[in-house]
Design a protein around this ligand. Structure first.
Ligand SMILES: NC(=O)C1=CN([C@@H]2O[C@H](COP(=O)(O)OP(=O)(O)OC[C@H]3O[C@@H](n4cnc5c(N)ncnc54)[C@H](O)[C@@H]3O)[C@@H](O)[C@H]2O)[C@H](O)CC1
Ligand code: K
Length: 508
């Protein structure tokens, strides 16, 4: 699903107004109408006390349309205008006129902290204070209103975006509404998926308000959300006359004394993703561990008998190499990695300690083959690209890094974002169960395994992240978040593939 920027939403509005030859107010009517329908279907006329807080822009205007429908359907409703400015938008004023036609109970105008009403746990709060137009922190008394709403425990529906949240800029030092659900118009907003702002979003849904199809189909967005529909398109079906050679050979350079588990997990990831052959390259003492715990994998070891890899040299031509999990960052391993990288021409997936070594020796980055996949978690990313002011700056820096080294950067997080060629692919699978040791090693294995099978680096990264998260989503039905271990992700990976084309259950 495309994630439109704020500017693109305004362009979509204009395109729709032109294509349908309608005034902008019609779109506000539509947006408000769909949002009301969503709530009305769930409330079914129950006399829940509704409190609608409207700003003075178009988000506020949506709120006034919603308010009119609530009044017309005889819900007990209080409407407040949060008067943070006297610049009421044209469509806000039209919506206000329409509301006044159906009720004599006019909205109460709030101008300072003294005016803020009591909000009760039993209320339904509809937040239409700020939408995508917010560009700086709200005035203090308005932030106090956000706090009151958040502390009330009331069921809170944020219209379009939670008030206070910037959709493609981070608004520093500001309170944000923490809604129960966000009803977002036409497109989810990038901020929903970034840790600093996404932590306030428990639940969101997109309401299709019928913006111009031609515009929506042709608009090129920087960000897109990767869900089942997108993942299905990436899947490469297997052919009947294929053999293990068809699905490539993944080599995983992983493990050290006490961290051979990372090697086992990444090899398991590669095997369960479907790689034809998997070989681990590890330390000598890791060899028997791998052989006994993973009979499907082949194992090579370096010539030394140290705790860490001292040499990375093999007589093998794998399709792709995954490197990093469990390697450690010993000087001797750093040297071995440097020698290897200098000579290597085979596509790479780089993770964990290999990333840490690259961060410490940024000159090694030049040795990476084109389209290498790098999979840092936030700390590893920081070591690689330096610190950032906020999540939007992080994305910009990641984008610049990926351009500079021509690599695919997989920013692991609750919503992992794959960055390549100026585009952001935002993953929508996975759950907090994945916050467990070894899940990253498994991901490295999966991406490496997909590349072995002929998926290009970008697709392998996006699809691998999707499958990894989906496997975890299926697994937690059996294990809960807490019970999920990294091995289980590999055990459920087959089900993640099956789920791609599973038909929804038919109702009897
Ligand atoms: N296609 C759609 O999605 C449609 C969405 N609609 C709704 O319109 C809003 C966006 O409306 P807009 O008037 O541009 O912005 P806001 O209502 O979010 O903000 C109002 C206004 O306030 C000013 N402002 C910004 N920050 C501050 C601040 N800190 N203090 C004071 N004033 C501030 C700024 O100038 C804004 O213009 C969208 O979210 C939807 O809810 C349409 O109704 C239909 C189509
Ligand atoms: K809002």
């Amino acid at each position: 699903m495309k994630i439109l920027s704020k500017e693109q939403v305004y362009q979509a509005d204009k395109a729709t107004e032109n294509a349908e030859n309608i005034p902008s107010y019609n779109l506000m009517e539509r947006a408000g109408g769909y949002a009301f329908e969503f709530m009305h279907q769930r409330l079914q006329g129950q006399p829940v006390p509704v409190k609608i807080f409207c700003g003075i822009g178009n988000n506020g205007g949506d709120g006034l349309v919603i308010a009119r429908y609530f009044v017309e359907h005889q819900y007990p409703v209080d409407v407040y205008v949060v008067n943070y400015s006297d610049n009421r938008s044209k469509d806000f004023l039209l919506a206000l006129e329409e509301l006044k036609k159906v009720t004599r109970k006019w909205p109460q105008v709030l101008k300072s902290e003294d005016d803020l009403p009591q909000i009760n746990r039993e209320d339904l709060v509809v937040d239409c204070i700020f939408g995508i137009g917010i560009n700086r922190p709200a005035p203090k008394w308005v932030q106090q209103l956000f706090v009151n709403i958040n502390q009330s425990g009331a069921y809170t529906v944020a219209i379009d975006v939670p008030s206070g949240m910037g959709v493609d800029v981070y608004i520093k030092d500001s309170e944000v509404i923490k809604p129960t659900i966000v009803l977002s118009f036409q497109t989810p907003k990038l901020a929903f998926f970034l840790p600093q702002s996404g932590k306030y979003i428990n639940n969101w849904t997109v309401l299709d308000i019928g913006l111009d199809r031609n515009f929506m189909n042709s608009v090129q967005t920087q960000a897109q959300l990767i869900d089942k529909a997108e993942a299905q398109q990436m899947y490469k079906p297997r052919t009947k006359f294929s053999h293990k050679g068809t699905y490539g050979h993944a080599l995983l350079i992983t493990g050290s004394y006490g961290k051979t588990g990372a090697a086992v997990l990444s090899c398991k990831g590669a095997l369960s993703s479907g790689a034809g052959l998997v070989t681990a390259y590890t330390t000598q003492h890791g060899l028997p561990i791998l052989q006994s715990s993973l009979p499907e994998a082949m194992v090579l070891a370096d010539r030394y008998n140290g705790k860490y890899l001292e040499e990375i040299q093999f007589d093998l031509a794998p399709t792709v190499i995954g490197v990093g999990p469990g390697l450690g960052t010993e000087k001797i391993t750093q040297q071995a990695l440097k020698t290897f990288l200098k000579a290597n021409k085979i596509p790479l997936v780089v993770d964990a300690d290999a990333l840490n070594i690259l961060s410490e020796n940024q000159e090694f980055l030049e040795f990476l083959p084109k389209y290498s996949v790098l999979t840092p978690h936030p700390k590893e990313l920081e070591r690689l690209i330096g610190t950032w002011e906020d999540d939007f700056e992080k994305l910009k820096k990641a984008e610049a890094f990926s351009k500079k080294y021509n690599c695919v950067l997989v920013l692991k997080d609750a919503h992992t974002i794959t960055v390549f060629d100026g585009k952001y692919y935002v993953n929508n699978t996975g759950n907090p169960g994945l916050a467990t040791g070894g899940s990253g090693d498994v991901l490295t294995g999966i991406i490496t395994g997909l590349m072995a099978q002929g998926y290009d680096a970008l697709t392998a990264a996006i699809f691998g992240v999707y499958l990894h998260g989906k496997a975890a989503d299926i697994a937690i039905n059996h294990t809960a978040y807490e019970g999920l271990t990294a091995s289980m992700i590999t055990e459920f990976l087959g089900q993640a593939y099956l789920d791609l084309f599973a038909q929804p259950e038919q109702k009897q």
